[in-house]
Each structure stands twice: as structure tokens, then as C-alpha cells.
Write a protein that binds this ligand. Structure first.
Ligand code: TMP
Length: 209
């Protein structure tokens, strides 16, 4: 039996994470590996309910600490009910965002320290970390172009942040990737989608059947 793996995709808004996750799931299925596609916040009934609390309403609905706790609570439920059982049965979990998004968004922009985020993660999710995390990076212009297409109908509470905020986030993600090179791989996502999928699969080849 293939051993279960936990793979996450991270990055700012509009870098193509969901497109890549679908393509990776297809590639895994073609190799006979069960792929569980999931996302944060969400991915389990309880976490999806918390997602609604986080994504709807005005910008100031939650203060920084309440928001960090809600993301950690959603993650705890997601890990316990979806992610750990899937890995235990040998599936590959492909997750769109995970704790590194809390480190970048709540930690980087929201004034919560990285140690606090990791303490919440230690308590809520027993500190589970991905086997591999892909940081998808795009140029500023390309991100803006993709976002304006995606958000033509109106951005949600978390997505409606200005361009300089997105640039700070991108810098924070790059710092995290550089500080933990065994877990992270940085992928240039300005390239065509098929080339990005191929680059990710190449990085996973040692684990693939
Ligand atoms: P997305 O579904 O478009 O990726 O939206 C999720 C939003 O929530 C995105 O703006 C990033 C944000 N987010 C956090 O701020 N902290 C987190 O821990 C996670 C998972 C997402």
C-alpha cells in the first residue's frame, strides 16, 4: 500500500492553488492513489461552518485574536475529522492552505506572533505539519490580473485587501519557505498551468508509485 501523504499549497490570492490541486488530484488518481482534495478554512462540516463566520460580514467583524482562534478551531476540526483519517488509510491529502496561511495572514499582517500561532496549532491540531508545502509565486501584475477576473463579482471579507498588503504577504511566505527548506518548495506559477503541475509532480516523484 502507498503511504499516506499530506501536501499543502500556499501563496497569496490568485496564484492558482485550486487549479493546481485539481490537476494534482487527477495525476494521483491516474497512478491509482486516492487523493483527498480539501481546503482551509473548511474541509469538514464544523470547519465549513466556521468558514462562513470568517468569510462573511464587515472587515472589522473579528479582532485579530478572535480571528486567529477561529482559524485554529476550524483547523483542529479539519485535522481530526478529515486529514488524519485520510492519511491513516493511505490517501494523499491535497490541501489548499494550512497553518502557514495563519502564520502569514494572522501572524504577518494581524499582529499575532508566530509563536502564538504555533502554540494554538500545537493545542488544536497537535502540531500536525505537511510532508511537503508548495509556495506558488506569481509576479505582482499577474496576481492582480487573475484577482480582477476572479473577484469581478465582489471579493469576500478575507480577499478584499489592498495590493501592498498582498506584497507583504508574498514576502512573508517567501521568508517561511526559506527558513524551512526541507518542507517547502517554491514554484514559479507565472508559467502556464500545465508546466506548474509538472514542476510540482517532479518534486513529488520520489514518493509516487
Ligand atoms: P481562499 O479560499 O480564497 O484561499 O480564501 C481564504 C482566505 O482566508 C484567504 O484570504 C486567506 C485567509 N486565511 C487566513 O487569513 N488564515 C488562514 O489560516 C487561512 C487558512 C486562510
Amino acid at each position: 500500500m502507498v503511504s499516506g501523504r499530506f501536501i499543502t499549497l500556499e501563496g497569496g490570492e490568485g496564484v492558482g492553488k485550486s487549479t493546481q490541486i485539481r490537476a494534482l488530484a487527477d495525476a494521483l488518481s491516474a497512478r491509482g492513489v486516492e487523493a483527498v482534495v480539501t481546503r482551509e478554512p473548511g474541509g469538514s462540516a464544523g470547519a465549513e461552518a466556521i468558514r462562513t463566520l470568517l468569510m462573511e460580514g464587515s472587515d472589522d467583524r473579528w479582532d485579530a485574536r478572535s480571528e486567529a482562534l477561529l482559524f485554529a478551531a476550524a483547523r483542529a476540526d479539519h485535522v481530526a475529522t478529515t486529514i488524519r483519517p485520510a492519511i491513516a488509510r493511505g490517501a494523499w491529502v491535497l490541501c489548499d492552505r494550512f497553518v502557514d496561511s495563519s502564520r502569514a495572514y494572522q501572524g504577518g499582517g494581524g499582529g499575532i506572533t508566530d509563536a502564538d500561532i504555533m502554540a494554538l496549532h500545537g493545542f488544536g491540531s497537535l502540531g500536525l505539519l505537511p510532508d511537503r508545502t508548495f509556495l506558488l509565486t506569481v509576479s505582482r501584475d499577474e496576481a492582480a490580473r487573475r484577482l480582477s477576473l476572479r473577484d469581478a463579482a465582489g471579493a469576500d471579507r478575507m480577499g478584499s485587501k489592498p495590493a501592498d498588503y498582498q506584497a507583504r504577504l508574498a514576502a512573508r511566505f517567501s521568508e517561511m519557505a526559506a527558513s524551512e527548506p526541507d518542507r517547502w518548495r517554491v514554484i514559479d506559477a507565472d508559467a502556464p498551468a500545465e508546466a506548474v503541475t509538472a514542476a510540482i509532480l517532479a518534486e513529488l516523484s520520489a514518493w509516487l508509485p
